[in-house]
Design a protein around this ligand. Structure first.
Ligand code: DLL
Length: 433
């Protein structure tokens, strides 16, 4: 039987949910207009007043917020509550540009942890479970968010943070962890290490909650098989609180968005036109309950599709697809749009590991694409000719998928640096931006 953490909200009839969203949106817009001069100026410039927003149907009238706005307003420019009412900051991993710092009141943290508790309950978590959290703790939202959700569900929580794989496996087996929370790339590495160390047979895991980076269906199958679990996706971003903005249920067919807290829209990233459900575009969120750092029409840059079909789990909140790329990290190679997830799909379909790197460079004004991937250990003992044949096979499969030629290099197992957080998979040496 499907379990819910907040059944009355998670299964609320859509008409009622829409009414709730409208009421919250109207209040939120007034709150932001009154307390955030930066956003008030944007509304004034667009000629929109809070009184113009009467419900969800008026959302499109409001101006967008982007990461550039967050950088410009850094650190306090988008704060909507006095600092003395804030109790926490979290921050993005910030590999490019200036970090984003998000602020939370105690109420904000409470609602965020509720969303994570919904996600844990949706994978079957109860107070009988032992939940091992190996997302990073600290500024990154992964550890603190799932930790808080796990407490709310009443699981015995193992606040491991990331890294120290031997210790992770020791706690996982000694304390009989049943739910694993980490990035999918770290889950794949933990699975590999458990098999190698002979500890796989001692694991009691039943479910994994993996997110924070893109992963494919092939990678899901691989992790599920190696760990003997069900692997569920979870999505979120620091600007909106962290993990738990959306999460998968038993149906594993898209992530339910916590629509009582976040209104989702899909837009064309170039024209900014709002697209109907079912069309692929950039995901935009409006946070309608956040007090300290309320994002209105925040452009996530994540490309995905929204699905309002009813779900077999009984939740009424709409589902989003896995992000299919980012409107800003899609690679354009020799004029062709390439999503790294397409390359991953080919590699895993060809029996390679999920440890790979995509290196894009430019020689004589022409783009080069090199894919380095770790071969499975059994291939290592094969002759150079056999390995070369495999490389050629992958080159052809990539050509069929992407329409362009890539150079493929099979490298020894464990030769690509491992990450304890998000894997570094794309190295774009062209520096086009
Ligand atoms: O990654 C929050 C998080 C922590 C989500 C733990 C899930 C689990 P940021 O560091 O701000 O926050 O990065 C947000 O990561 O815009 C997406 O591009 C990407 N992302 C997050 N979840 C997924 C996912 C956290 N399930 C950015 N699939 C987002 C694909 C994801 N990409």
């Amino acid at each position: 039987m499907e379990r819910y953490y907040q059944p009355e909200i998670e299964t609320m009839p859509r008409e009622e949910l829409k009414k709730l969203q409208s009421e919250r949106l109207v209040k939120q817009v007034q709150h932001v207009y009154d307390n955030v001069p930066y956003y008030r100026a944007k509304m004034d410039a667009k000629g929109v007043k809070p009184s113009d927003i009467k419900g969800v149907e008026d959302l499109h009238k409001l101006p967008f917020l982007s990461k550039d706005d967050l950088r410009e307003a850094y650190p306090y420019g988008l704060l909507a509550k006095p600092l003395e009412e804030c109790v926490r900051i979290q921050s993005t991993s910030g590999t490019t540009g200036r970090r984003v710092v998000a602020f939370y009141t105690q109420h904000d943290i409470d609602l965020w942890e509720d969303c994570c508790a919904r996600a844990i309950t949706a994978v079957g978590g109860t107070k009988e479970d032992v939940c091992q959290v190996c997302y990073g703790y600290g500024l990154f939202t992964g550890g603190p968010g799932l930790n808080g959700g796990s407490h709310k569900v009443g699981c015995l929580t193992l606040p491991m943070s990331s890294g120290n794989t031997d210790r992770q496996l020791q706690f996982m087996t000694d304390l009989k962890a049943t739910i694993l929370c980490c990035t999918p790339s770290y889950a794949a590495y933990l699975a590999e290490s458990a098999i190698e160390s002979g500890l796989r047979k001692d694991l009691c895991l039943k479910a994994g909650i993996f997110g924070a980076e893109a992963w494919t269906q092939e990678m899901r199958n691989d992790i599920e098989e190696k760990l003997g679990i069900k692997a569920y996706d979870i999505y979120g971003l620091t600007e909106l609180s962290g993990p738990g903005v959306s999460f998968e249920c038993s149906a594993q067919g898209g992530m339910h968005i916590c629509e009582d807290h976040f209104i989702a829209e899909i837009i064309d990233p170039v024209t900014e036109e709002v697209l109907p459900y079912g069309q692929k575009g950039e995901l935009v969120f409006t946070a309608i309950t956040k007090e300290a750092f309320p994002m209105i029409r925040y452009r996530t840059r994540d490309i995905c599709v929204l699905n309002e079909e009813p779900c077999s789990c009984g939740r009424t909140h709409i589902r989003m697809s896995k992000p299919m790329g980012r409107s800003d990290d899609m690679l354009i190679i020799r004029g062709v749009n390439v999503f790294p997830s397409q390359i991953e799909t080919v590699l895993l379909n060809k029996g390679m590991s999920a440890n790979y790197q995509i290196i894009v460079d430019r020689e004589n004004n022409s783009d080069t694409l090199d894919v380095e991937v770790e071969m499975p250990p059994e291939l290592m003992s094969d002759s150079v000719a056999v390995i070369a044949k495999k490389e050629k096979e992958i080159v052809m499969a990539l050509k069929a998928m992407l329409g362009i030629m890539a150079k493929v290099h099979l490298v020894a197992p464990k030769s690509i640096a491992r990450s304890e957080g998000k894997a570094v998979r794309i190295i774009d040496k062209r520096k086009l931006y």
